[in-house]
Write a new protein. Structure first.
Length: 522
């Protein structure tokens, strides 16, 4: 191998970062144990760090007191791993106090070698920008002729200069995905999300292991060195514009290259209803130049394929351990200058934190709702943006006061608690609330209980007959005649047309008297 700088040997496989059947590469996905760490601006938890080699280190009042245990002239601490982000600028700082002469340093290690350092007898800080992924750690070295000496106010911050020291505050949470694998191909991405108090696994990427048990067909596209085969499948996405697979033994290509290029490659191909896995493989790998030869090779050289699913799936997560860890993520505490660092067992996962539960400002605890979220600080109150989103929270730097945007204006929260959050009824409220004013909000339970106290009768037997109106009969109705003293229309017509020679109708008081006379008299 020819290299401008020293490095580990790596076989040349065509000048591109692609796997090869001779040199397979693992496909990285989010899986296994993952760690989520939150921190204030001091990213270094000194309580978890200092293990002295050849000396005794005691933590007291935010300082390490180093005492000699042996006659070593050069002592050091065990390296403590750091999660640093590429492209970000960090500053490491420390104050040293010693009774006699000493020459300590704080060193940032990169892949086991000193990367940046502070010579504490010359400087108290060092600023650096992370240029590449590597294994970073922090270590203290010290040689002295006098004991003890002190390392005071050690701080690592994401900043381009040293700022005032603060004690580290943070949390560490674990997320063990078990058998779940989360993958991303182009814009297609698996994720875990919560909806209506239920956690779901959303899968857009599927996984299959090709082991020769599949049906493979000769594609009749044989070239000088390679042969082509396909296997029809119905579960992959039909898009042909994307390299829609990740696999561990071949270069992934698109269809035009697969058809006419005489090199080994793999493709997930879709065109309308036709969807297939295509493999182009060197002839010298096959025991016979046919599909049987490919199946034999696959049985001895399984190919793991991650592909875009034809239909994404959403499955409810039921593992109680994972559910407990996911719910714990919702309780993450954020601090002023909060940083969230995520490390994964295989690949660093992406996470979207959209709100905060708790903010600590100047030792004042502010509990906020789930629809609030943190945004960048501004220099003065006049710099608070007018186009903010409801629930947005910002710190004003010159006063260190917190402001919350309520959808109309910025409302201050300071150490005098100008914002009384107890005066607000949360959407996820679970405590009793009785409105006292005409326009006070009411809880659903209060309304339900109030309505349930109103009885609407559905039977006359359920009514209170306090005036005896139900038992009144016709004879008691003073403004009406009983039936025996009235005529119906039919009875009146019969009387008038009864065949008599005369009819006399006389009104006597309020009585209608009808008299009929015949030819022989009345």
């Amino acid at each position: 191998m020819i290299s401008a700088v020293g490095g580990d040997y790596e076989p040349y496989i065509g000048g591109i970062p692609a796997p090869n059947p001779n040199y397979p590469q693992d496909v990285c996905v989010v899986k296994g144990n993952n760690n989520i760490m939150t921190s204030n601006k001091n990213l270094l938890d000194i309580n978890a760090w200092f293990t002295a080699v050849g000396a005794v280190a005691t933590l007291e009042d935010n300082a390490y007191i180093i005492s000699q245990q042996s006659n070593f002239g050069h002592l050091y601490s065990d390296p403590y791993p750091l999660s640093l982000e590429v492209g970000k600028t960090y500053t490491i700082s420390c104050k040293e106090y010693v009774q006699t002469s000493t020459n300590p340093r704080i060193a940032i290690m990169k892949d086991g070698r000193v990367y940046k350092e502070i010579r504490l007898n010359h400087s108290e800080s060092q600023t650096f920008t992370v240029e590449a992924d590597a294994l970073y750690a922090i270590r203290a070295d010290y040689s002295t002729s006098g004991w003890p000496f002190y390392l005071n106010e050690i701080m690592l911050e994401q900043n381009d200069e040293k700022s005032n020291y603060v004690i580290h505050q943070g949390q560490n949470l674990s997320l063990n995905l078990g058998l779940i694998e989360l993958c991303k191909i182009d814009t297609y991405q698996d994720k875990i999300y919560k909806q209506n108090d239920t956690w779901y696994l959303h899968k857009e990427i599927g996984k299959v292991v090709l082991d020769g048990s599949e049906t493979w067909i000769n594609d009749n596209k044989t070239l000088d060195n390679t042969m082509a085969f396909y296997s029809l499948v119905d579960y992959i996405n039909s898009s042909t514009s994307l390299k829609t697979t990740l696999e561990d033994k071949f270069t992934t290509e698109i269809h035009d290259t697969y058809v006419g290029t005489d090199k080994e490659m793999f493709e997930a191909y879709g065109s309308g209803a036709t969807k297939a896995f295509n493999i182009r493989i060197n002839k010298n790998r096959l025991s016979s130049l046919d599909a049987v030869g490919l199946k034999t090779w696959l049985s001895n050289n399984n190919v793991t394929v991650y592909y875009i699913k034809a239909v994404p799936t959403d499955t409810e997560i039921e593992d109680p351990t994972l559910l407990a860890q996911l719910n714990a993520l919702e309780q993450i505490t954020q601090y002023k200058h909060t940083y969230i660092t995520i490390t994964g067992a295989d690949l660093t996962p992406e996470a979207d934190f959209t709100y905060i539960d708790n903010v600590v400002i100047n030792n004042t605890d502010l509990v906020l709702g789930k629809d609030t979220y943190w945004n960048d600080e501004v220099p003065t109150q006049q710099d608070l943006p007018s186009n903010a989103q409801e629930g947005e929270i910002r710190i004003v730097q010159d006063t260190e006061n917190v402001y919350i945007y309520n959808g109309i204006k910025w409302v201050p929260f300071d150490k005098s608690s100008e914002v009384d959050l107890s005066n607000y009824l949360a959407k996820d409220n679970t405590t009793a609330w009785i409105p006292t004013g005409p326009f006070n909000p009411s809880t659903k339970k209060y309304v339900d209980d109030s309505v349930s106290g109103i009885h609407v009768p559905t039977k006359t037997s359920q009514l209170q007959n306090d005036s005896n109106f139900v038992n009144k009969n016709a004879n008691d109705l003073t403004n009406y005649y009983p039936k025996s003293n009235t005529y119906t229309k039919a009875e009146v017509d019969a009387l008038i047309h009864s065949g008599g020679t005369g009819v006399q109708v006389v009104v006597v008081g309020d009585t209608l008297v009808i008299t009929t006379t015949s030819s022989g008299g009345e």
